[in-house]
Structures are given as C-alpha cells and as structure tokens.
Ligand binder design. Structure first.
Ligand code: PXP
Length: 257
C-alpha cells in the first residue's frame, strides 16, 4: 500500500486581491476556480475575512453555485462567519485566527488558550453537516487540544518552515521536524491531517513525503506563478511536484527524507 493520495486545494483569495486593487469584476476568482479544477485541483479554498479585503460574500455564493469540487471555507470563529457558513453549507470550514492588522494568517489558532469559542464554533458547524478543520501550529499540545475540541481535521501551519527555507535559515530542519512529528501525532489521535501556508513547488514536494498529510492548501505562490506561466500550468507543475514527493513504496518501509 502506498501513501494515500495527496489532494491539492487551490486557494483563490489573491485573484480577488488583484480584482479589488482596481474595483470592478476582473479578474474573477470563480473563473480561476473553474480553471484550477480543470487543471487538476481537488478542491477550492476561499477565506472570507472580516474586512472582505479579498473574497467577498457574493464570491462565496458564486463559488458554491459554480464549482464541481468541494469548497473549503476559511473563516474566523466569529458569530457572523458561523452564521454565514451554516447558511452556505460548504463541504468544509477551516477555522483560522484573524487579526485586522495582519497581512495574512500569521499563526495557528490558539486552541490551547482559546478553547471555548473554538469548541462552540466546531460543534455548531459540525451539527450543520460541515467538515471542520482547525488551522494550528505543528505542536503536540495544539494537536491534543484540537482532538479534545472534537474537530475531525487539522491543518498544520507550514509558514514558519517555508519562511525558514526561503531565508536559507539553519532553523529550517528543526521546523520541518516539528511538522513531521505533528503529522504522526495527528494520525495517532485519529485526526485527518492537512497542511498549508507559504508552500511552493519545492516545499510541497518535500511535505508530500509525509504520508499522514492528505491535503495541501496552496494559494499565494500559485497565483504568483500564474502571472508568468498561466494558472493551469502552475497547477499541473504543482501536481507533478506533489506526486514526485509522495512515497510510492509501502511508506512504513520508505527511508526518512
Ligand atoms: N491554509 C490556510 C489555513 C491559510 O490561511 C492560507 C492563507 O490564506 C493558506 C492555507 C494558503 O497559504 P498561501 O496563500 O501562503 O499558499
């Protein structure tokens, strides 16, 4: 048995960022989502932020009406977003922390300190039939807290590792090791494990080597690449990188990479 197939979720937020820079309707994130699916994406991710800086409410409605693959609705655990998610009923909801001042989602959810509102949001979304994932730091404590909250899925924040890799920092291997240990712990706790933030072709290929991780969510890098090679080509190259990094032999006999 090989490692399970690694799904690619394409985050279309930054198509909306470019659109919003000028106002108007173009480029359209829904067109990007349809192209991404045609090129091999297994799902689409969109983050409706409190300040609507990229994706807007009508984008979510149009994505739900148009795409043939699952929508992963990224959201803060606020009353407004919980209400919207329950009304919209996407396939999945990924709970993320959100601060108005940050440029992107800068850290994992505080599942250890901020338990109650995350637990409540998780229960309400699950009751609405939505698959809930918690975006957390790759730490054993965060994984144990996520399991106790009752979410079936975690998404490990790969940002610190990717940043260390891109800076050529000696810390990069330590960061990768945290992800490796966290993915193994997720599996031990019975949690489905996803990963994302800051991934590019090389880091996606490497992380594909961790067999417990079954989904990567990737946005910014793919949209940047799309400027130069087009979105379908960027997605096909990403798919190839992920397949190349995936263990083919029985993964429990595959040497550590
Ligand atoms: N996963 C989560 C939970 C995120 O918040 C983001 C950023 O919106 C991503 C994945 C994608 O990160 P990037 O755009 O850096 O690929």
């Amino acid at each position: 048995m090989s490692a399970p197939r690694l799904r690619l979720g394409v985050n279309v937020d930054h198509i909306a960022t470019v659109r919003n820079a000028r106002g108007g309707a173009l480029p359209d994130p829904v067109r990007g989502a349809l192209l991404a699916i045609e090129a091999g994406a297994d799902g689409i991710t969109a983050h409706l932020r409190e300040d609507r800086r990229h994706i807007r409410d009508e984008d979510i409605a149009r994505l739900m009406a148009s795409i043939s693959k699952p929508l992963n609705f990224e959201m803060a655990a606020t009353e407004e977003m919980i209400g919207l998610a329950i009304k919209t009923k996407p396939h999945a909801a990924c709970l993320v922390p959100e601060k108005r001042s940050e440029r992107t989602t800068e850290g994992g959810l505080d599942v250890i300190g901020g338990h109650d509102h995350v637990r409540d949001a998780t229960a309400r979304l699950k009751a609405a039939g939505i698959r809930v994932s918690l975006f957390i730091e790759p730490s054993v404590d965060a994984l144990e807290a996520a399991a106790s909250i009752g979410a079936p899925v975690v998404e490990l924040h790969t940002g610190s590792w990717c940043e260390a890799v891109s800076e050529g920092s000696a810390h990069a291997e330590h960061e990768f090791e945290r992800i490796r240990v966290a993915a193994a712990k997720a599996s031990e706790l019975g949690l489905e494990c996803h990963a994302g933030h800051g991934l590019d072709y090389a880091t996606a290929k490497r992380i594909a080597g961790l067999p417990q991780i079954v989904e990567l969510n990737i946005g910014h890098f793919l949209m940047g690449e799309a400027l130069f090679v087009g979105l379908p080509q960027a997605i096909r190259t990403m798919r190839k990188a992920m397949d190349a990094g995936r263990p083919k032999a029985p993964w429990w006999t595959t040497p550590e990479r």
